[in-house]
Design a protein around this ligand. Structure first.
Ligand SMILES: [Zn+2]
Length: 276
């Protein structure tokens, strides 16, 4: 698995197995902080081996779930000695939907056979603060991709792990467009020096601006394009003709998966706007 060092003791792991999903690891003299835990046990174990190599056994103190989606939470059960922290709604969604969706996932994906559902131990509604060693974390509720999404801002290094609020294309299917816009603006207002996306590369300062402006424009563009289609009484199959580049974003990132996410956005939007 790829490991990027973004500062002295902050590392970002990028999955080889599932759409470049990321995990942020911060090392301190008091133990480690992990933000998102990978979907597959093999990759979560790689992270544990890395931390234990630096800080010794059982040294992860906190695991934070940026939201309840499987690709960010399934590895969490491998950190039994850590406190698991998430938004209130993440805990609710995981207890409600988690057991059935994990059972389904195990049927399709043998590599998940041993996964156990681990619920957050601590949750918050608006904002929470965690200090460990020299790291000061602000956990912020930043809904939009999902209702329970949170971002983690480390105030000394000005690093932001934004979960799927930041990825190469905004994905709105289980979220809310207005909340998405507001959360992007909130992230930008904090002026992070770098942003760890939920999927894909770490963004540096100048790229953060580009991401926020580009995503806000993209959300306007898809709204406009789908509205036109509906006003002209065009059938939903015409959505396939609206490619991602004509809406302002590249089709290249995440090995091309962005086009699939884009089409899901269009279909979702069509259903919402046509009231179907
Ligand atoms: Zn994700």
């Amino acid at each position: 698995m790829r490991r990027d060092r973004v500062s002295e003791d902050i590392f970002v792991f990028v999955s080889d197995l599932y759409v470049q999903v990321t995990s942020t690891v911060m090392l301190t003299a008091e133990g480690a902080l992990v933000i998102d835990a990978m979907p597959f046990p093999s990759e979560a174990r790689e992270i544990i081996a890395f931390v234990e190599g630096r800080l010794g056994p059982d040294s992860v103190r906190y695991v934070m779930n940026t939201h309840h989606h499987a690709d960010h939470v399934y590895g969490t059960y491998l950190f039994p000695g850590a406190e698991v922290v998430a938004h209130d709604a993440c805990r609710e969604l995981l207890s409600e939907l988690g057991p059935a969706s994990l059972a389904r996932a195990k049927q399709h994906t043998p590599a998940l056979a041993e996964v156990e559902l681990r619920l957050p131990d601590i949750s918050f509604r608006e904002e929470m603060y965690i200090q460990l060693g020299h790291r000061h974390l602000r956990l912020l509720h930043t809904p939009g991709h999902t209702p329970d999404s949170m971002s983690v801002f480390e105030t000394n290094e000005r690093s932001m792990s934004a979960g799927d609020l930041a990825m190469p294309v905004p994905h709105i299917v289980s979220g809310d467009l207005d909340q998405f816009r507001a959360s992007l603006q909130r992230i930008q207002a904090l002026e992070p020096d770098f942003v760890v996306q939920g999927h894909g590369n770490v963004l540096l300062k100048g790229e953060v601006e580009e991401l926020v402006e580009g995503h806000l424009q993209y959300l306007d563009n898809i709204t406009e394009r789908v509205r036109e289609l509906i006003e002209n009484d065009e059938p939903p199959r015409k959505l396939r003709e609206i490619d991602i580049e004509s809406c302002g974003l590249s089709r290249i990132p995440l090995d091309g998966s962005v086009s699939k996410l884009h089409l899901e956005n269009l279909i979702h939007m069509y259903k919402m706007m046509a009231g179907a």
